[in-house]
Design a protein. Structure first.
Length: 462
């Protein structure tokens, strides 16, 4: 007989037919006449109740049916007598597939703190919270592909191992086949990279943008969606060393078009979550954050506030609030400033544009003032920066001049510069931090709780 998932059973209109259920026991309770077993198989936040009539079962036969054990249940799907569920399974046979010794199984009925669950990342997918987060994560990944596919964008796969530092921030994880403790050296004592697999120093990608630009110069509208790596030693609730980034890149888009796309895209994703993940969102709303659904609905219904960096600096300098970091024109904004603008001043998502060139990357298009670049950061409540993007410098000479100012080796970037030598066009793009999006959509407070296996300084259990 074929197994039916809990989600389908709960939605089933049929009654009185035999079904096969497989899943994990969440709870068991009852009396001498009847035992109730709540079973979950991950298809939904909801459990299905299995009812064991103690005329048919003995205490002994249900002894191993404990929290965490896996079971296979054959029974009849019937209307439920109890509150809170439409159907239940009247069990005929209950087989324990895998034991979970109650003395040592770490997850118990009472619920656990998120800190504790981080210590047992391999078991936390079995909790309601992480089940919900992982299903929402899946739905958002799917919605991202759906959005772009529908709008004529092509998904391109950019390399994970690369020789370039796309952001020029130097926060890279090195990749080498040389012995890190005792590398071969040249006569003058330098590490001899000619003996390395690639024959040169390489690293894990910090962004797929530069390769994305290459493909946009042929396919017009593309996106990348993959893991990116940053060795920034930020032990914050907003940073990971390995995170997923979505990077669309569009030929013939200016900054205005770029902002329109970012805004439409984010609203689409939040709406998709509301339309497809409501059970899980409702659970997270009730469990952790009573404002979650209201905040998601707000974002879907309201335009984002657009203003320039200079206008934002003026607002921040006039603010009554005391900031830890002082705001001066020319300095980068800290997350306290971003959150002030979003949460206190405008009370809606904000897109900041035209940052000083010094605080942004080399590839951004210079404005006529020669001081600012066509950058855009999208700032969200509770998060700060969720998207970073820009119109790109399409002019070969200006790009080279900027690279020289920043000591970026032209020789190694010849392939990137070729996009500006042959058929260059105005183009734009942005990067959405996938886990930052998930922080917003799930309302979780720590980025380590929206990725199954978080990587951060001093962590890598497996
Ligand atoms: O602003 P960033 O550094 O921009 C880029 O990498 C560009 N190449 C994107 C582009 O234009 N194609 O990063 C983009 C986004 C940030 O806004 C943030 O959401 C996320 O990536 N991000 C991180 N998320 C988690 N952990 C980190 N350490 C992150 N660093 C950036
Ligand atoms: Mg940024």
């Amino acid at each position: 007989m074929k197994r039916t998932k809990v989600k389908a059973l709960l939605q089933s209109a049929e009654r009185g037919h035999e079904v096969l259920l497989k899943g994990w026991v969440r709870t068991k309770r009852g009396n001498k006449y009847v035992t109730f077993i709540a079973v979950n198989d991950g298809s939904t936040i909801h459990n299905i109740q299995v009812v064991a009539d103690m005329n048919l079962f003995t205490d002994e036969s249900l002894r191993d049916v404990t929290t965490g054990a896996s079971v296979s249940v054959l029974g009849t799907l019937v209307e439920s007598q109890g509150k809170g569920q439409s159907v239940e399974i009247q069990a005929r046979t209950i087989e324990v597939i895998g034991l979970a010794d109650p003395e040592t199984y770490p997850l118990q009925k009472k619920g656990h703190s998120l800190e504790f669950l981080r210590e047992i990342a391999h078991l936390r997918p079995r909790t309601n919270t992480f089940g919900a987060v992982l299903r929402i994560r899946h739905a958002m990944a799917f919605a991202i592909h759906r959005y772009f596919n529908h709008n004529g964008f092509f998904y391109v796969h950019t390399p994970v191992i690369t020789a370039s530092d796309a952001e020029g921030a130097g926060e890279m994880f090195r990749v080498t086949t040389l012995d890190p403790i005792n590398p071969p050296r040249t006569e003058d004592g330098q590490v001899d990279f000619s003996q390395d697999f690639f024959g040169k120093s390489t690293n894990l990608t910090v962004s797929g943008q530069l390769e994305g630009e290459v493909c946009a110069m042929a396919l017009s509208e593309i996106y990348t969606f993959g893991p990116t790596f940053r060795a920034e030693n930020s032990n914050t609730s907003r940073h990971l060393a390995e995170f997923w980034m979505v990077e669309p890149e569009m030929a013939f888009y200016d900054l205005e078009d770029n902002m329109d796309l970012a805004e439409d895209f984010l609203r689409y994703l939040v709406r998709y979550a509301l339309d497809h993940c409501l059970d899980d969102l409702q659970f997270l709303n009730d469990m952790y954050d009573k404002e979650l659904l209201a905040r998601l609905n707000f974002v879907v219904e309201h335009d984002f506030q657009r203003l320039t960096y200079s206008e934002a600096v003026a607002i921040l300098r006039d603010a009554k609030q005391k900031f830890e970091y002082k705001v001066d024109w020319g300095t980068d904004l800290q997350s306290e400033h971003e959150r002030y603008l979003v949460e206190k001043h405008f009370k809606k998502p904000v897109i900041l544009t035209n940052y000083p060139k010094e605080v942004k990357s080399f590839y951004m298009k210079l404005n006529d003032d020669n001081k600012t670049v066509r950058a855009m950061d999208v700032l969200f409540p509770g998060i700060g920066e969720i998207i970073g993007g820009s119109q790109r410098e399409e002019n070969y000479d200006k790009l080279v001049a900027r690279m020289q100012e920043l000591n970026i080796p032209e020789k190694e970037m010849w392939w990137y510069l070729d996009t500006r030598r042959f058929g260059s066009v105005p183009h734009s793009g942005f990067g959405l931090g996938f886990e930052r999006l998930l922080l917003f959509v799930t309302g979780m407070g720590n980025i380590r709780d929206v990725i199954p296996f978080p990587r951060f300084p001093k962590s890598a259990e497996f």
